[in-house]
Design a binder for this molecule. Sequence first.
Ligand code: SF4
Ligand code: SF4
Length: 222
Amino acid sequence: MFGFLKKVGDYTKEAVSAAQYLGQGLAVTFDHLKRRPITVQYPYEKLIPSERYRGRIHFEFDKCIACEVCVRVCPINLPVVDWVMNKATKKKELRNYSIDFGVCIFCGNCVEYCPTNCLSMTEEYELAAFDRHSLNYDNVALGRLPTSVTSDPAVFALRELAYLPKGVMEPHGVPANAPRAGRLPEQVLATLAQPPAATTTEQTASNPTAANPTAADQGAQS
Ligand code: SF4
Ligand code: SF4
């Protein structure tokens, strides 16, 4: 009898938790019912990529020192650095540089570790091609800067979700001067550059003499 009651209790508990999970899932569905569909009329309209978007890599030939760090840090050793040694100057001379975007996984390691910052990620994502071999970009193709969505006169730029004002889900019809929800990179940097006021206050509270060593020294002398 006791075993039967325990089984009924367990079954009830499981049924209640299953109903709870169903309710949570349906809550997300009902939340989306209130939202309007967002259709981006690509290619006449485009979403502005986020600041840290990892798109096609840009390369500056004149800054490259042919150190091959980018090759060593690449998970698939992808960049091809073609250089020769100049015996007169005893320095490497770069001849060609290429990255095959048909193979690249856009991890950004090469950009991160390049000692001369000659590599950078752009916001270009339109890399469709009929022949995958045409995605093997040489230093000339890599040196081209893409047209940004916001400066292309043929494109109506739409703000991506992170750029919309707080609570707004629909990018159409949002005025350009509407404040965005997140902070711009320069605003984040300005905040980081400020002295940590909270830390200083905490230190003063925990060790008042450390905050004013001159007064402490005076007290010890007298
Ligand atoms: S890491 Fe930078 S400087 Fe070195 S070879 Fe690669 S692109 Fe050139
Ligand atoms: S982005 Fe990543 S995969 Fe592509 S070339 Fe650089 S390191 Fe290699």
